[in-house]
Design a binder for this molecule. Structure first.
Ligand SMILES: [Zn+2]
Length: 274
């Protein structure tokens, strides 16, 4: 397994959770606070562009679907992404590129978003799901990991304040970023970050015409064994049932009015893939 494939899997574990809990401070959204982050926004962007450049340069590991050859498939994803970016709920909607790339791999049920807003979606995930509400729920969750700057918070924890401060004040930031990019695979999102990303998926979707709890639709669909095979990542990570309930409750409490799932239009997206 290549390092970058591991990285993708790590970044996807966004769909799951693992260890370590960050500091728990209530916010107005009643979800964990941002936590300590010694990275600047520019560092997030730089780190993300480095990860993206590495992925883009490894077509054997990451066969990207050419947007010029498959404009219809990309148009569907751009439309869904833009529905979230125009809600006013994404803090760095105008500061991050929110670039989308489709990875042609039907066997991988995965999506991830690198720091700074570099979104990757596998054809395997798109073909597995059945509605736009499911996929936009996942997109909201992944975009939240970048917008809420979870990865660089985690790196701050992992490296320790003193180490990072000495590196950050040492002048050569490029070395720091390179070193960190190489170590991303050692990290995985905390439970708090997963809850935060689930919550923000609802917050982002709430002003749209979509069902705001699309992420819960996604979890329920895979829990019910939708499609042809159970995704491996679900069996290794705890309690998606609780996440479904939390997502549904939040959407209800927020009074989100959107009802659309766009099943037929989703079928057109799937049909536009190779
Ligand atoms: Zn996640």
């Amino acid at each position: 397994m290549s390092r970058l494939r591991s990285l993708a899997i790590f970044l996807l574990l966004s769909l799951s959770s693992s260890t370590s809990s960050g500091c728990k401070k209530k916010t107005t959204d009643d979800v964990p606070s941002s936590g300590l982050n010694l990275f600047s926004l520019e560092d997030d962007l730089k780190l993300g562009s480095q990860v993206a450049a590495e992925i883009d340069s490894k077509p054997n590991d990451y066969p990207l679907l050419d947007s010029a050859t498959y404009p219809q498939a990309y148009a569907h994803l751009y439309r869904m992404r833009n529905a979230l970016l125009t809600t006013g709920k994404i803090q760095y909607a105008d500061k991050f590129p929110w670039r989308i790339r489709i990875i042609r791999d039907d066997n991988t049920l995965n999506a991830f978003c690198a720091p700074g807003g570099y979104i990757y979606v596998y054809t395997g995930l798109i073909k597995y799901l059945r509605t736009e509400a499911q996929l936009i729920g996942v997109l909201g969750h992944e975009m939240a990991h970048a917008d809420r700057r979870h990865t660089t918070q985690l790196l701050t924890q992992a490296y320790g304040v003193q180490t990072l401060l000495s590196l950050l004040t040492g002048g050569d930031n490029q070395d720091l970023i390179s070193q960190i990019a190489a170590n991303l695979i050692l990290l995985s999102f905390s439970r708090d970050h997963e809850r935060d990303a689930d919550a923000h998926s609802v917050i982002y979707l709430c002003p749209t015409e979509y069902r705001a709890d699309g992420a819960a639709d996604f979890f329920e669909y895979i829990l019910q064994g939708g499609g042809t095979r159970p995704p491996a990542f679900l069996s290794t990570h705890p309690d998606p049932g609780e996440r479904v309930q939390n997502i549904r409750t939040r959407a209800q409490n927020m009074g989100c009015a959107g009802t659309q799932i766009y099943e037929e239009r989703y079928a057109q997206l799937v049909a536009a893939l190779p």
